[in-house]
Design a protein around this ligand. Structure first.
Ligand SMILES: Nc1nc2c(ncn2[C@@H]2O[C@H](COP(=O)(O)OP(=O)(O)O)[C@@H](O)[C@H]2O)c(=O)[nH]1
Ligand SMILES: [Mg+2]
Length: 170
């Protein structure tokens, strides 16, 4: 059996739980009570989906604030990458922008930004600007309730990670 991790992060009400629920084959677990530190005992959840005969993908949902990075560290073995879920509110955009910046400063982990509530290409470009995202980074507009679309996001993140790994070993 192989187990891979994806961290799903974003501010409150950005759509993390919705995304994880859409693809999880197990009831999404609320891990709020399972971990310390005490002040991070909120909003941590876990879903799982089988991506091949013997490979399971764990989806770990947390807010983007620093105090949750302990969960990111714990998931760093077998980490495929991050999904940032961003809504259209100013808070969500600012919170996501900050978290992306932090991640890019610390390590070269693949990530994809998933926006919900956008209409058309113009909105996507506006969001890219607002987040200060580099051109080579992926930003997609997805209805998080759509299983097929969310699965595509997972597949895309997994394949970009494999591409990075292949480069490292080449
Ligand atoms: N229109 C639309 N609403 C969404 C989408 N994803 C989530 N929502 C709604 O946004 C709200 C917050 O989502 P939730 O998953 O609880 O956010 P979380 O706090 O990040 O876990 C809920 O009412 C969802 O039904 C989406 O892709 N499109
Ligand atoms: Mg939630």
């Amino acid at each position: 059996m192989d187990f891979l991790n994806i961290i799903v992060t974003g501010t409150g009400s950005s759509g993390k739980t919705t995304l994880i629920n859409t693809v999880s084959e197990i009831p999404v677990m609320d891990l709020s009570d399972a971990f310390t530190p005490k002040d991070a005992r909120q909003n941590v959840e876990l879903g799982r989906t089988q991506i091949s005969g013997d490979t399971f993908l764990y989806l770990i949902g947390t807010p983007p604030d620093d105090k949750y990075h302990v969960f990111w560290d714990r998931a760093s073995n077998d980490l495929v990458g991050f999904i940032f879920v961003v809504g259209t509110s100013k808070d969500s955009i600012e919170g996501t922008k900050k978290a992306i910046k932090t991640l890019e400063e610390v390590e070269k982990v693949p990530f994809i930004v998933v926006a919900n509530g956008l209409q058309g290409k113009k909105d996507i470009e506006k969001m890219r600007k607002a987040l200060g995202m580099k051109k080579e980074r992926d930003l997609v507009s997805v209805d998080l309730r759509d299983e097929e679309k969310v699965n595509k996001v997972l597949a895309s993140l997994i394949s970009s990670t494999l591409a990075v790994d292949a480069k490292k070993t080449a």
